[in-house]
Design a protein around this ligand. Structure first.
Ligand SMILES: [Zn+2]
Length: 154
């Protein structure tokens, strides 16, 4: 095989989709997390609240981590909090995020004490800081419906 033949066979590869045409994978909605996503569709942030001891918890879990009760309801949150911790991704773990690198991924501590992890694609990672005040916003993403996002409010 000559170098020329090798180049021709490489050009026969199917065209790869551009990163921006690959949608984000939709989050899996389970029986446990359904209440969270129903609240997001109403543009509200809600977490499980134990029906026995009142403890708020997130991510959705079948049992209260404190009293082990399986009784829970959904409690609406203020949507305000602060950045508890963060990291900056310089490599995309999925092609849908490739156009966003570098971007911050933060653990948000909400006023009610529960924490959520969210990527901060709309915020320059150089501007992200621990303790920064944030507030939830909702964005409709292609193929995903409404998703919670966090914006800096300082
Ligand atoms: Zn409990």
């Amino acid at each position: 095989m000559t170098a020329n033949n090798h180049a021709e066979s490489a050009s026969e590869k199917p065209p790869q989709p551009k990163p921006e045409t690959i949608p984000r994978p939709a989050p899996p909605v389970s029986e446990l997390s359904q209440g969270f996503w129903e609240a997001v569709a109403r543009k509200e942030l809600a977490v499980q609240q134990c029906g026995a001891c009142g403890t708020l918890r997130h991510y959705p879990q079948p049992l209260c981590p404190l009293c082990h009760s399986d009784d829970f309801d959904w409690a609406s949150l203020s949507g305000r909090g602060e950045i508890y911790s963060y990291t900056v991704a310089h490599r995309a773990f999925h092609p849908a995020w490739k156009e966003h690198v570098p971007y911050a991924i933060a653990t948000i501590e909400l006023e009610e004490g529960v924490r959520m992890v969210c990527d901060l694609l709309e915020i320059d990672p150089e501007r992200v800081a621990i303790g920064q005040r944030v507030e939830v916003a909702f964005a409709e993403l292609p193929g995903q419906g409404w998703m919670p996002r966090f914006e800096v409010i300082d």
